[in-house]
Design a protein around this ligand. Structure first.
Ligand SMILES: *Cc1c(COP(=O)(O)O)cnc(C)c1O
Length: 859
C-alpha cells in the first residue's frame, strides 16, 4: 500500500544525551571525524543502516535503546565533551577575527550546495564548490550566510539498465528527517517569503536553515500549503523543467533570497549583509531586489544601481556559452513588467541590464551573466586561464578596451581539505608532526611534513587507500549488476574484479560533451592493450551523471559501459553508477592517477583533481583550468593538446593518441619501476612533491581568504562609501556624475598629440616628452584621466606588454580644449610605440573600463 502522506517523527532525547541533537543538526559532523565516530559508537550496525547520517541515526534508535545509552556515564561524558568542543569551534576567534576592515556579513547565493551526501542539493562541481566555500568560511570564521533553494527531490539518482542506459530516479526528501530547522516567527508560525508572479499570483516559500559549522545556510522551499499547485512545484527539482520553471526558481532564489535574509536578520538579530556574492549568474535577480529596496527608500533607479553594485560580487563559472542562463526578453517582460511590474524599477531598465547589445549578441535574449556583470562592481573567473578566457568572452561589453582590461579578475578554486582528505593521510602527516592539535582540524595541516615520511610508509598508505577503493568498487559493481538484472550466480567474477596492486586511474565527472568522457575509447584496441598488459596493466574506474535531458551524454555513458562489460576487460575497467559526494570520498584517495581530458579551454577550473592531489594522487590532465596554472613537471603529467586543430575528430585522435602514449611510456612505466625493496621510488617522489607543493595551494581556505582580501573587503569599503549613510549621498553623487559624463562624452576626443624631438637613434635613458591636446566639451579636467599608453609594437603596429603613464593637466584653452603633458624616460630597448587615451575618472570606480567609455587617439 502507498502512504498518502508522510512525515518524520523526531526523536526525543533523554536529557543526558540532549547535546546529541545539536551535534546531529550542525553539519560540521560532515567534516569532523571525532563527531562521526561518536555517533558510530552508539550502535555501529545502525550507523551503517543510517548511511552515516547522525540525524537519521538518532531516528533509528528506540526510546529503550536511548535510555540504556543515557545511563552509560562514560558515553554521557563523551557526548558532553563533544558538545563543548563544538561550542568552542562556534564561538572562538579564528582567522577572520584578526583581519581589519572586513565586512560584518557576506551573503553567498548559489543555485546548489554540495555539503554532505545526506543533503543532495547539488549536481556537480558548482555545488560542491559552494559547499566547500561555506565550510572553509566557517573554519576561517568568515561571517557568511548561504542562500539557496530546497529541492524536494534534489538531483536525480543514477542507475543503469541492462544495456547500459542511464536511469533516473527522484527520491523525495523529507526536510523533517534532515539536519534542517524551519525559520519561525516569534509566535512559532513558519516564516514566509513571498514573491509576486504575473496574473496576480503569489509564490510563497518557507525557509529551511541548515547550520554548516558557524555558517547558516537558508534554503527556500515552495512546497507549502499556501501555494497553488503550480507554485508548489517551483522547487521540485534541481535543473529540471522548462525555461519558465527555471525563471521562477531564479526569481525565488534571487528576490526571495534577499527577503529571506531580511527575515533572518529580523528574527535572529544576525547582522545585515554588507556584501552580496552571486555564485554564477542564476541568483542575479538579487541585485534587482536590492535596487527595489533602495527605490522604496527614496532613490532613483540609477542611484540605487550604484548603491547596489558597490557591494555586489559576481563569479562566472563557465566559458561554455550553453552553460549560461538566457531567457527570452518576452519572458522578462511578463515577469518583471505588466501586472507584475514594480514602481520605480521599470522593465525597460531591467531588460537593459541583461541585453546582449554588443557585437555577436542576440537581441531577443536576456543574459543572466551579462546582468551579473552589470549589477556587480567586482567580478571574477575561477582560475587564471579562465580569467583570460572570461575577459575575452565578455570583451564586447567594454568596446574600445583591450580584452586584458575587461574588469574580470580571477580567484582559483580550492577544495575543503577536512572534507576531502582521507583520515589516514592526515594520520601519517601527524606522525611527522605535520598536524596542529589533535588532528580533528584537518585544515591545520603542514603539508611539508610529508618530506619526512619514509617511502615504505607512504607506499603502504597508497596501497591501503587503493585496496579500500577496490573493495568499495566491487560492492558498487555488484549492486549495479543486480539492478541491471543479473543473478547472484552470474556475479562470481565481481569478487576478483579489479586488483589492489594494479595502477588505478580514476575519471569521474558530469558528462557534457566538452569533458570528453569517451576520449579514452578513441582506439578501443589500444585501450584494451593498456588494460591487459601482461606486466604493467592499468585499471580504470569511471563515474559520472548525464543531465536527464541530455541524450548525447547518455549515449556516451552507454558507450563506456558497453566497452567495460566485455569479458576480456571487465576485471580492469568499471563504470560506477551514481557519482556523488559519498562515492567521491573513497574514489579520490584510492586512485593513483586522476585523469582529466576536457577540450581546452572549456574547463573553467576543475576541482576533482585537487581532491585527488591532497590524497597523494597524481594528475594526468590536459593543461586546462587549475592544471594549466599549477602543473610543474613533477606533480603529474600534461596531456599535450592539439590547440588550433579545427577538425574536432582529428583533434580528438591526436589528443587520445598522446594520452595512450603517456600512460604507457611514462605513467605505467614509472608506477611499475620498482627497486629491490619493491618500491617505486620515483613515483613516490612525485607523490611527496604533489602533497608538499600542491597541498597548501589547492585549499578552499586559501580560496576563501583570497575572496575576503581581493573582493569582499574592497566591496564592503566601496559599499560603505556609496551606501553607508542614511541619505546614500555617495551613490547619488556617483549616479549624477556618471550621467553627466555619459551625456558629455560625445564631445571628448584626443585632438592631436605632439612629442618633443626624439633623437635620431633613441637609446635607453632618453626622455620622451608628450603633449596631448584634448577636447573635453563640458567636462572638467578632473572628470578624466589622460593616459600615455606605451609598450612594444608588433608588425601590425599593435601595442603589446602595455604600460600606462598619467599625463598631467598643463593648460586650459577656450572651447573646452586642454593640454596634458608628461615626460617619459625610455627604459626598454627594441620596437617602441605609444598612444594617448582619455578615460572617465572618479574615485568610486573600481576599473577604468567600468563605464565602457574611452576616447583613444586617432579613432
Ligand atoms: C569535486 C566533485 C565534482 C567536481 O569535479 P570537477 O573536477 O570540477 O569535474 C563533481 N562531483 C562530485 C561528487 C565532486 O566531489
Amino acid at each position: 500500500m502507498r502512504a498518502i502522506r508522510r512525515f518524520t517523527v523526531r526523536t526525543v532525547l533523554p536529557e543526558p544525551l540532549a547535546p546529541l541533537g545539536e551535534l546531529a543538526l550542525n553539519l560540521r559532523w560532515s567534516w569532523h571525524t571525532p563527531t562521526r565516530d561518536l555517533f558510530a559508537s552508539l550502535d555501529p550496525r545502525k550507523w551503517e543502516a543510517a548511511r552515516h547520517e547522525p540525524a537519521r541515526m538518532l531516528g533509528l534508535l528506540t526510546p529503550e535503546e536511548l535510555q540504556v545509552l543515557a545511563e552509560d556515564a562514560a558515553l554521557v561524558r563523551r557526548v558532553r565533551a563533544a558538545a563543548e568542543e563544538l561550542h568552542g569551534y562556534l564561538t572562538s576567534d579564528r582567522w577572520y577575527q584578526r583581519q581589519q576592515d572586513v565586512p560584518a556579513s557576506i551573503a553567498y547565493f548559489s543555485p546548489e550546495f554540495g555539503i554532505a551526501a545526506a543533503l543532495p542539493q547539488y549536481s556537480g562541481g558548482l555545488g560542491i564548490l559552494a559547499g566547500d566555500h561555506l565550510k572553509s568560511a566557517s573554519d576561517l570564521g568568515v561571517p557568511v550566510v548561504g542562500v539557496g533553494l530546497f529541492y524536494k527531490t534534489g538531483y536525480f539518482k543514477q542507475s543503469l539498465s541492462r544495456d547500459g542506459w542511464q536511469q533516473e530516479t527522484y527520491p523525495v526528501l523529507d526536510p523533517d528527517g534532515l539536519p534542517l530547522s524551519l525559520l519561525r516567527e516569534e509566535d512559532g508560525a513558519p516564516a514566509v517569503v513571498t514573491v509576486g508572479l504575473p496574473g496576480g499570483r503569489t509564490l510563497r516559500a518557507h525557509v529551511w536553515r541548515a547550520q554548516v559549522g558557524r555558517v547558516p545556510l537558508l534554503l527556500l522551499d515552495s512546497d507549502i500549503p499556501g501555494n497553488d499547485e503550480r507554485a508548489r512545484t517551483v522547487t521540485d527539482r534541481l535543473y529540471g523543467g522548462s525555461k519558465e520553471h527555471r525563471l521562477q526558481q531564479e526569481m525565488l532564489l534571487g528576490i526571495g533570497g534577499v527577503r529571506a535574509l531580511r527575515l533572518f536578520s529580523r528574527l535572529t538579530g544576525a547582522p545585515e549583509p554588507e556584501v552580496f556574492h552571486s555564485n554564477e549568474g542564476h541568483a542575479g535577480f538579487l541585485g534587482l531586489e536590492r535596487i527595489r529596496e533602495h527605490v522604496e527608500a527614496g532613490l532613483e533607479f540609477d542611484e540605487a544601481l550604484e548603491a547596489v553594485r558597490a557591494g555586489t560580487v559576481f563569479t562566472t563559472h563557465t566559458p561554455v556559452p550553453a552553460g549560461i542562463d538566457r531567457f527570452g526578453r518576452d519572458q522578462i517582460e511578463t515577469y518583471f513588467g505588466g501586472d507584475n511590474g514594480v514602481d520605480g524599477v521599470p522593465v525597460g531598465k531591467v531588460l537593459a541590464l541583461g541585453a546582449e547589445d554588443f557585437d555577436g549578441g542576440d537581441p531577443s535574449v536576456f543574459n543572466m551573466a551579462v546582468m551579473g556583470l552589470r549589477l556587480a562592481q567586482r567580478a571574477n573567473g575561477v582560475s587564471r586561464l579562465h580569467g583570460v578566457v572570461s575577459r575575452d568572452m565578455f570583451e564586447g561589453l567594454f568596446p574600445g578596451f583591450d580584452a586584458t582590461e575587461t574588469p574580470i579578475s580571477s580567484i582559483t578554486n580550492g577544495v575543503h581539505a577536512p572534507t576531502w582528505v582521507d583520515d589516514r593521510v592526515v594520520a601519517l602527516l601527524a606522525e611527522q608532526g605535520g598536524v596542529v592539535g589533535d588532528g580533528s582540524d584537518k585544515g591545520a595541516v603542514d603539508w611539508s611534513a610529508v618530506e619526512r615520511v619514509p617511502d615504505e610508509a607512504l607506499w603502504a598508505l597508497r596501497r591501503t587507500l587503493r585496496e579500500q577503493l577496490v573493495q568499495e568498487a566491487r560492492r558498487r559493481l555488484r549492486r549495479s549488476w543486480l539492478r541491471r538484472g543479473a543473478s547472484p550466480a552470474e556475479l562470481g567474477w565481481v569478487d576478483d574484479a579489479l586488483d589492489p596492486d594494479v595502477l588505478t586511474i580514476g575519471f569521474a565527472r558530469r558528462v557534457p560533451t566538452y569533458k570528453r568522457l569517451t576520449l579514452m575509447l578513441r582506439d578501443p584496441e589500444r585501450l584494451k592493450a593498456l588494460l591487459t598488459h601482461p606486466t604493467r596493466p592499468v585499471q580504470l574506474l569511471i563515474a559520472g551523471k548525464s543531465h536527464p535531458a541530455d541524450e548525447a551524454g547518455k549515449r556516451l555513458i552507454q558507450q563506456v559501459i558497453r566497452f567495460a562489460d566485455q569479458h576480456d576487460v571487465r576485471h580492469r575497467i568499471a563504470f560506477l553508477p551514481n557519482y556523488d559526494i559519498a562515492m567521491a570520498q573513497s574514489l579520490y584517495p584510492g586512485c593513483d592517477v586522476w585523469l582529466n581530458n576536457p577540450l581546452r579551454p572549456l574547463e573553467a577550473c576543475g576541482t576533482s583533481g585537487m581532491k585527488a592531489a591532497l590524497n597523494g594522487g597524481l594528475n594526468l590532465s590536459i593543461l586546462d583550468g587549475w592544471w594549466d596554472e599549477w602543473f610543474d613537471g613533477e606533480n603529474g603529467w600534461a596531456i599535450p593538446t592539439a590547440d588550433g586543430v579545427d577538425d574536432p575528430d582529428h583533434r580528438d585522435d591526436l589528443e587520445a593518441a598522446a594520452l595512450y602514449d603517456l600512460v604507457e611510456t611514462s605513467v605505467a612505466a614509472r608506477f611499475y619501476d620498482r627497486d629491490e625493496a619493491g618500491l617505486p621510488r620515483r613515483w613516490l617522489q612525485m607523490v611527496r612533491h604533489t602533497l608538499a607543493t600542491l597541498g597548501p595551494k589547492v585549499l578552499a581556505d586559501r580560496m576563501v581568504a583570497d575572496y575576503v582580501g581581493e573582493l569582499y573587503a574592497p566591496a564592503a569599503v566601496a559599499s560603505r562609501e556609496l551606501d553607508g549613510t542614511p541619505d546614500h549621498a555617495g551613490a547619488r553623487e556617483l549616479a549624477a556624475w556618471k550621467q553627466r559624463v555619459l551625456q558629455g562624452w560625445h564631445a571628448v576626443r584626443v585632438d592631436h598629440v605632439e612629442s618633443g624631438d626624439v633623437a635620431d637613434s633613441p637609446q635607453v635613458g632618453d626622455p620622451l616628452r608628450v603633449d596631448a591636446y584634448v577636447s573635453l566639451g563640458g567636462l572638467d579636467p578632473d572628470d578624466v584621466d589622460v593616459q600615455l599608453v606605451h609598450g612594444r609594437v608588433n608588425d601590425a603596429d599593435s601595442l603589446t606588454d602595455v604600460r600606462f603613464e598619467p599625463l598631467a593637466h598643463a593648460e586650459a584653452y577656450e572651447g573646452g580644449r586642454h593640454r596634458f603633458s608628461a615626460t617619459l624616460e625610455l627604459r626598454r630597448t627594441g620596437p617602441f610605440g605609444y598612444t594617448v587615451r582619455v578615460l572617465p575618472r572618479h574615485d568610486a570606480l573600481s576599473s577604468v573600463a567600468e563605464l565602457g567609455l574611452v576616447a583613444n587617439a586617432g579613432s
